[in-house]
Write a protein that binds this ligand. Structure first.
Ligand SMILES: Cc1cc2nc3c(=O)[nH]c(=O)nc-3n(C[C@H](O)[C@H](O)[C@H](O)COP(=O)(O)OP(=O)(O)OC[C@H]3O[C@@H](n4cnc5c(N)ncnc54)[C@H](O)[C@@H]3O)c2cc1C
Length: 394
């Protein structure tokens, strides 16, 4: 079969079509500033301190990093951002990004908010997935304790019932709304508890179609084998195995903890090993897509293009509803919009919440954009290229 050339991810006209010149300039300057590690470090500390003591800095944050990486302070406040993404053929994943929740009343409130995102998405093709983090609805200490217990003893912890009920309520709401839902992956010491919760849900809710997506982090050296063995388990149980594949976001924390507590690090020896397993995992999912569904959560151009190459080799149509590429709002628009333009399914996480509550998320995004080799210069170079293209009228 003859295929079109691979999508050109460097097409900045498509990537930034929905940006006005003023918006483009603002993003360009923001990424330039975020390229300065000292500024990001001091700026982050100053912002956190100012908010803690009640200084009125929220407007400055709202106009800069918040605007770049978030959708709005409430679900309805994200309407304009949802529509803007939809104009470029890109779906939205409403991500309630509030962190640091610590008691059961707050966990219940967080669960209710997640259910509202599911209801918002109901029947709206612009919002293909809901998402949540288990640590937003369960105490981290409990997850850690449950993860360390043999399966038969988990239910002996009284609080665990409460967590299972809360998580089940969220997923039942997704099932009622016929809305696919992603469960994020977190630190390895709470991930066993998360995986066990998610497996129970998959066994219950993924019988007819892929509804609940488990996240697998390929920066862990054991996860490719885990992906393959879980697939076999799910097949034997007659369920669809839906996965979001990511490289993983907690590498430094994982390595530091392993050294501090003297156990072998769960992380791959180097980036090449993570890349190899990630790409192999994507291929595994595509090869078994009849009984799987895949959301490839990555800003890596090569991995996205490899996914497309494999889809082509397997004669899978670009618009196949079982296969998605996903990025974060404010990052890698060149991947999102160029893939969407070429007919592939693409969605972006759209974090939302009050400025003070999403600040830790914003600080992580700013730090990530200074520290990942190549990533910063890539975003900046693309924004600069588009500004240049518009100036020259090409
Ligand atoms: C839509 C979406 C959803 C996400 N959901 C989650 C989630 O649920 N859980 C989660 O943990 N993360 C999540 N992430 C973040 C993700 O795990 C990565 O941190 C981030 O996307 C960067 O990886 P990359 O594939 O985009 O690109 P790249 O820039 O190619 O890869 C960077 C990643 O490679 C790995 N890496 C870097 N250096 C090394 C090294 N020396 N040795 C081994 N590995 C290395 C790290 O994982 C690092 O983050 C999500 C990302 C996206 C886009």
């Amino acid at each position: 079969m003859q295929h079109e050339p691979l999508p050109d991810l460097n097409n900045t006209q498509i990537a930034f079509a929905r940006f006005s010149n003023a918006e483009l300039r603002a993003s360009y300057w923001l990424f330039r500033l975020m390229g300065q590690p000292w500024l990001v470090e001091w700026g982050s500390r100053l912002a956190q301190w100012s908010i803690r003591i009640g200084l009125p800095v929220q407007w400055a944050i709202r106009k800069t990093v918040y605007q770049q990486f978030c959708g709005g302070e409430t679900i309805d406040g994200c309407d304009a951002a949802v529509e803007q993404l939809a104009q470029g053929g890109v779906g939205t994943i409403l991500d309630y990004s509030v962190e640091g929740v610590e008691d059961h009343a707050a966990f219940d409130a967080c669960a209710e908010e997640i259910i509202k995102t599911i209801q918002k998405a109901r029947g709206d093709e612009r919002i293909p997935f809901a998402v949540f983090k288990i640590s937003g609805v369960a105490p981290v200490g409990l997850l850690e304790r449950v993860g360390a217990l043999p399966a038969a003893h988990k239910n002996e912890l009284p609080e665990w019932d409460l967590v299972q009920l809360r998580v089940r309520r969220i997923v039942q709401a997704a099932a009622d709304a016929d809305q696919a839902i992603l469960v994020d992956a977190e630190e390895s010491w709470i991930q066993d508890a998360i995986d066990s919760l998610v497996h129970d849900l998959v066994l219950e809710f993924n019988r007819v179609k892929p509804l609940v997506y488990q996240t697998v982090q390929l920066y862990r050296h054991d996860r490719l084998a885990y992906l393959k063995s879980t697939y076999v388990q799910m097949r034997m149980a007659g369920c669809y195995f839906a996965v979001k594949l990511v490289r993983g976001a907690y590498m430094e924390k994982e390595r530091e903890r392993a050294v501090a507590r003297n156990y072998p690090s769960p992380i791959q020896p180097d980036k090449a090993a993570t890349d190899r397993d990630f790409d192999e995992a994507v291929c595994f999912c595509l090869d078994h897509i009849e009984h799987m569904a895949l959301c490839c959560g990555s800003h890596n151009e090569e991995s996205n293009l490899k996914m497309i190459n494999r889809m082509r080799a397997l004669d899978i149509a670009p618009g196949d509803t079982r296969i998605w590429s996903a990025q974060l709002k404010g990052m890698s628009d060149h991947i999102s919009f160029n893939l969407a333009h070429a007919g592939y399914r693409v969605a972006k996480y759209l974090p939302y919440g009050p400025v003070s509550a999403v600040l830790p998320y914003l600080v992580r995004r700013a730090r990530e954009n200074t520290s990942i080799a190549g990533q910063m210069s890539r975003e900046l170079a693309l924004l600069a290229a588009e500004r240049q293209r518009r100036k020259s009228g090409r």
